[in-house]
Design a protein around this ligand. Structure first.
Ligand code: UDP
Ligand code: MG
Length: 354
């Protein structure tokens, strides 16, 4: 069995050597490959990766032309992975490699998705822990498919789960939602999330907020419908009040007081209308971006990796093929799965090449 590990990296020069040696230690006895996807790093990351790939052919590299984002890097890694099982993890050792043998055991027991669930988060601020908890609870209520709370992108997927994920080529990707959307058999194991081994998180507060909104808008149309409920309630209240005012004006001598209340209500309702418009605008913008059908990423270099023989949809591969790696990889594939031609696999669900 071949285990692929997909690691998106953005400016992780300090953590890569640590990561590779920890993988070597923990995966001793297993057949494995690690695919680092350099998502437009601007520090020494690429040269450190090249050195690691030169030293060990199991270290495979993809390089993006620019920063396409964490989720795009994960997608590229999954597109190029050959393993019978594929694990996605962070480069910063927040997701402990020591958990991999247990995840592989569960995969061998027949689970398609193995999800380590964070039971504690070391070194994260109380604010981040609290907002993350709240977000997962809200999203799992809103989303059309169930979502496992407190599970990040650190996950193991079986080969057939990866084949299914490859058919989803949306631009605004939320892998955590996609994993739930698959509906395959999932095992959950608790783990304690450590702090970063080095460097800083690239998810600032606003990036987290944007990512959270991608999660909501990719998996739920609920925000579009909130305004329907709010609109119904408010119009009902408005008409009740109106009938009272008409009654007072026609049948009594009472004056209807208060421009202040009118202004306050006007402000509140305009705000709500603008919010609803903004939400609708955002969905329209995302639909517009999706209809452009642009590629999800551009690969300019790869190392120790053969180019896929199948056509990759919504991906641009500008890297030159490396004949040595084609031979090496074919051997690895034959050893691992016994498949005749694992690179051109006919997807059982879609009946098309993926
Ligand atoms: N990452 C990436 N592209 C980005 C942002 C992050 O490839 O645009 C990588 C990063 O190097 C790390 C992983 O994605 O390996 C998760 O990022 P990070 O550790 O900064 O996020 P956190 O764990 O703090 O949520
Ligand atoms: Mg991290």
């Amino acid at each position: 069995m071949l285990l692929s590990i997909v690691i998106p990296v953005l400016n992780e020069a300090q953590t890569i050597p640590l990561m590779v040696s920890r993988l070597r230690d923990t995966l001793d006895g297993l057949m494995w490959e690690v695919i680092f996807v350099d998502d437009g790093s601007t520090d020494q990351t690429w040269s450190i990766l090249e050195r690691a790939a030169f030293d060990d052919p199991r270290v495979k590299l993809l390089r993006f032309s620019r920063n396409f984002g964490h989720q795009a890097a994960v997608t590229a890694g999954l597109d190029f992975a050959h393993g019978d099982a594929v694990v996605v993890m962070d480069a910063d050792l927040q997701d402990p490699p020591e958990l991999l043998p247990r995840m592989v055991d569960l995969f061998r027991q027949g689970y398609d998705v193995v999800s380590p669930k964070r039971i504690s988060r070391e070194e994260e601020t109380r604010f981040k822990r609290w907002t993350a908890k709240l977000f997962y609870r809200i999203l799992s209520r809103m989303a059309d498919q169930p979502l496992t709370p407190d599970v990040g992108d650190f996950r193991l997927f079986s080969r057939r789960a990866v084949l299914a994920i490859r058919t989803l080529r949306e631009q605004h990707r939320y892998m955590r939602g996609i994993a739930g959307w698959l509906g395959l058999r999932e095992a959950i194991i608790p783990f304690e999330r450590r702090g970063r081994a080095a460097g800083n998180t690239s998810y600032t507060f606003f990036r987290m907020l944007r990512f959270a909104w991608t999660g909501v808008s990719s998996f739920s149309a609920f925000p579009l419908r909130i305004s329907i409920a709010a609109g119904c309630i408010l119009s009902f209240a408005g008409f009740l009040y109106l009938s009272r005012v008409v009654y007072l004006a026609l049948f009594t001598t009472a004056l209807v007081p208060g421009w202040a209340s009118v202004v306050a209500l006007q402000c509140a309702f305009s705000g709500m209308i603008l919010l609803a418009l903004g939400a609708i605008g955002d969905y329209v913008a995302r639909t517009y971006e999706e209809t452009k059908n642009r590629p999800l990423y551009v690969v300019t270099e790869c190392s120790n990796l053969p180019l896929p023989q199948r056509a990759l949809t919504r991906a641009v591969i500008l890297a030159e093929p490396d004949p040595m790696s084609v031979i090496a990889m074919d051997d690895a594939d034959r050893l691992s799965s016994g498949a005749e031609d694992p690179l051109s696999y006919h997807h059982p669900l879609a009946g098309m090449r993926v």
